[in-house]
Design a protein around this ligand. Structure first.
Ligand code: CA
Length: 442
């Protein structure tokens, strides 16, 4: 488990002056990884590190000869068009690269003269999904989300009996994961309208968002070898924002008995920047359940997890309607919550995933599940915020929403802040619902 070290020192400032402003997501204490190229260019995508409003181009920096040893090897790996090779290297290499970048980007660093030419403004960049994602698993780690959803189907018994014992998850679809800026057509499919005797076919009418965090696996584990709670986090590269869009009406009709299928696999949107676990070290908080609650089984428990297994990541959901965009108004904020409310931690997800010998691979992706907090205004999906579509959300401009309409853009944001540490952010995860494509059967 990464501890705080000199790279987290709040006194550090960068020669990239935009990194030193108070509200900046990417100060020198953050140093998240992504892949990028200049917009509208046919340059190759390559790894980069966000610093202030700039990107340090890892492919260019690797050519300078300024870096040596483990940091240079890690930088070469990070210079590729996907970050899998860097992810596969493990925490020692990630730390060596982070430390070298922290030194080279500090105020008065002698590297400034050379590295200045390796910066690309974020405003001129476009991004790609940062890893070749082999497999995507979506968990269900918010007990508040599970309870809110369960209440709509089973008012007297909202939480199923396995929930407090098993970190519930299912295998998702990797091919339709896109990076922030993704726009997708409203999915078409089968639904069973309330009161109807037969299903209908047509565009989804209950298009929802899901506020989640995404976890990128670093080093994998061999098939047959389970990871322990003590080992789990050494296999986690970092965390990004994830909107796991959901077609609720398609889901309600298709999900029994094998779970969601076409209601989930048409699109999932992630933020371009992956914040490393090491960067998040100052924001660890104890993982605890009430004494009278069911406690995790021994294989899902560890002293380190109890002391600091949870993360206090602030999360926010905004909806930006076409009308708001035309009027130049900001998005309406519909939810503020924190990852600290999750019922299962990152280490527990990884440990549980491998307990049967399942092999995780570098670049595999885990979704946390919708991260709803304890009260309804902290709910991370519209199905909860509108209690199954009943009271619509009222926006300041007079508009209402029950579910998402065509043209709506959803903006997720995440950041960490507390006294005594530097605020770090995840940037944005932006996605837009387009009208359904014409279909021959409609
Ligand atoms: Ca989900």
């Amino acid at each position: 488990m990464a501890a705080c070290n000199e790279t987290h020192n709040p006194a550090l400032r960068s020669w990239v002056s935009s990194a030193n402003t108070a509200a900046c997501d990417f100060p020198i204490q953050n140093l998240p990884f992504g892949v990028f190229r200049r917009k509208r260019s046919n340059e190759a995508f390559r790894g980069g590190v966000a610093i202030g409003d700039q990107i340090l181009d890892l492919a260019a920096a690797a050519q300078t000869g300024l870096f040596t040893g483990d940091a240079a090897t890690a930088m070469q790996a990070g210079a590729q068009d996907k970050l899998n090779a860097l992810m596969r290297m493990g925490p020692q290499a990630w730390h060596a690269l982070r430390l070298a970048l922290s030194h080279a980007l500090r105020d008065n660093a002698p590297e400034q003269a050379t590295l200045q030419s390796c910066l690309v403004p974020q405003a001129q960049a476009e991004y790609d999904v940062p890893a070749r994602i082999g497999d995507y698993t979506d968990f269900y780690t918010s007990i508040h989300h599970a309870t809110n959803i369960g209440k709509q189907f089973r008012p007297d018994n909202p939480l199923l009996p396995n929930y407090k014992w098993v970190p519930i998850g299912y295998h998702g679809r990797a091919s339709s994961i896109g990076v922030s800026g993704q726009a997708f057509h409203r999915p078409v499919g089968q639904t069973m309208p309330p009161g109807a005797t037969e299903p209908s076919f047509g565009p989804c009418k209950r298009m929802d968002l899901e506020l989640e965090l995404g976890i990128f696996i670093g080093r994998g584990n061999a098939l047959g070898d389970a990871l322990t709670m003590e080992e789990a986090e050494d296999h986690v590269f970092g965390i990004c924002l994830l909107n796991d869009w959901s077609a609720r009406d398609i889901q309600a009709w298709e999900y029994q008995p094998l779970g969601p299928f076409l209601s989930k696999n048409f699109a999932s949107t992630i933020s371009p920047w992956v914040v490393t676990l090491e960067a998040l070290a100052p924001y660890r908080v104890p993982f605890k359940r009430a004494a009278e609650d069911i406690q995790p089984m021994a294989y899902l428990d560890s002293e380190a997890n109890r002391q600091q297994g949870a993360l206090d990541i602030q999360l926010q959901v905004g909806i930006h309607t076409p009308k708001m965009r035309e009027a130049g108004e900001p998005a309406a904020i519909v939810c503020n919550t924190s990852y600290r409310h999750a019922y299962w931690t990152v280490a527990q997800m990884v440990t549980h995933h491998t307990v049967n010998g399942c092999n995780l691979q570098a670049g595999d992706f885990l979704g946390s599940g919708t991260l709803s907090g304890p009260t309804l205004d902290q709910a991370g999906a519209l199905i909860e915020l509108t209690q199954g579509g009943k009271p619509p959300l009222q926006f300041a401009n007079g508009e209402q929403r029950v579910y998402l309409e065509d043209g709506d853009t959803v903006v997720l944001r995440g950041w960490c802040e507390k006294t005594g540490a530097t605020r770090i952010g995840f940037g944005e995860c932006v996605g837009t619902v387009l009208p359904a494509k014409p279909h021959q059967s409609i």
